[in-house]
Design a protein around this ligand. Sequence first.
Ligand SMILES: [Zn+2]
Length: 65
Amino acid sequence: MSENTDRCSVFWSTDFDRYASGELRVERVRCALCQHAPCDCPPFGTDEYYALIDARHGQGRGGRS
Ligand SMILES: [Zn+2]
């Protein structure tokens, strides 16, 4: 049943707390990586996937001095 969500399990947002407490259904938990609910990340290991991670980590990266 959890095949669709495994690939994003590391990236759950704080919505996961609500899911864990039964407030949210898993389909309603917004992925911290793609920001979609349910998760809409590209397949793990693809260029698109890493680009997404890079974009997430790159937020606030205002150029090192
Ligand atoms: Zn996702």
